[in-house]
Ligand binder design. Sequence first.
Ligand SMILES: Nc1ncnc2c1ncn2[C@@H]1O[C@H](COP(=O)(O)OP(=O)(O)OP(=O)(O)O)[C@@H](O)[C@H]1O
Ligand SMILES: [Mg+2]
Length: 277
Amino acid sequence: MSNVIAVVNHKGGTGKTTTAINLAAGLTRYSDITSSCLVIDMDPHGCATSTLLGKLDGEPPARSVFDVLRRAITPQDGITSTVYDENIDILPANPSLESMAKTQINDRLAKVVASLSTSYGWIIIDTPPNLGVLTQNALVAADYALIPTQCNGLAVPTLRQLKAMIEKIQERPNMWLQILGVLITQKDGRTPLQKHVRRELGQVFPAADIFKTVITNNIKIEEAPANFQSIYAYDSGCLGASLYRDWIKKEFLKKHTKLEKLKVERREQAEKEAAES
Ligand SMILES: Nc1ncnc2c1ncn2[C@@H]1O[C@H](COP(=O)(O)OP(=O)(O)OP(=O)(O)O)[C@@H](O)[C@H]1O
Ligand SMILES: [Mg+2]
C-alpha cells in the first residue's frame, strides 16, 4: 500500500512545492516505510518538475502526467527518474495539463495512483494554487491532505474554503481522506508567532491538526531548488534542513502512524457493519 499525500492550499506561494519536494526527500531518508517515493506534479507550471528534473528553463517533458491522465500512455511510461534524488521518481507536469482543468473528470488520478500503489512507499502530489479539477483529482486520489500555510490572519478565509472542499470530498467520493495537518511556513524568523494567528487557525482546524513546528524563512530553502537539490543535500546543517527534518521525524511520521491506525479501525468497523446488514 502506498501512502498518498496531497499537498494543497489554493492560495499561491504558501510553500506547497517547497514542502512537497523536501518532504519527499525527507521521507526517503527518515521514514521506515520503503524508501522509494514518487512525486506527481499536478501543477501545469511544473515547478516541482523543473527542480526534480534539473531543468529550470528547459523544454517541458515530452511525456507527462497529462498524457497519463488522458490515457495516451501508461503511468509507468510517464514516470521518470530524477537528478534530485536517486530514490525519488516523478510523474512530471507539462503546461498542457491546464486543458485537463477544463474538464469535469475528478477521479482519473485516483485510478492512476491505485495502479502505482504497490510500486512506491510514498506518493506525494503537488497541486496548483486553485481548487479546480486538478486539485480535486489530487484530493480524490489521496489518503492524506497536507496544508502548508503562511501565518497571517489573511490565510484564515482561504483555509475555511479549503476545509469545506476537503469535507465535500470526504462525503463523496473519498471517505478515507484524512487531514494530516497544517504546516505554518515562511514565518519571519525575527518576530514571535503571534498567538492570535494560531488561535485564528484554530477556529478552522482543531489545534491537534496544526503542527507545532513552524518553518521560518530561510534563504537556503529558497536556494536549494535552484541547485536541483533537497534542503538536506544542499546544506544538511542549515536551519531550514533542521526544521524540515525535525518536523518529519518528530511530528509528521508520528501523526501519520496515528492516522493509519485510525483508518484501519474505521475500515474494520465499516466491514463489520456491512457484514451485519
Ligand atoms: N521557508 C522558506 N524560506 C524561504 N523561502 C521560501 C520558504 N518556503 C518557500 N519559499 C520560497 O517561496 C516561494 C513560494 O514557495 P512555493 O513555490 O513552495 O509555494 P507554492 O505554494 O508551491 O506556490 P504556488 O501556489 O505558486 O504553486 C518560492 O520562491 C520558494 O523558494
Ligand atoms: Mg507550487
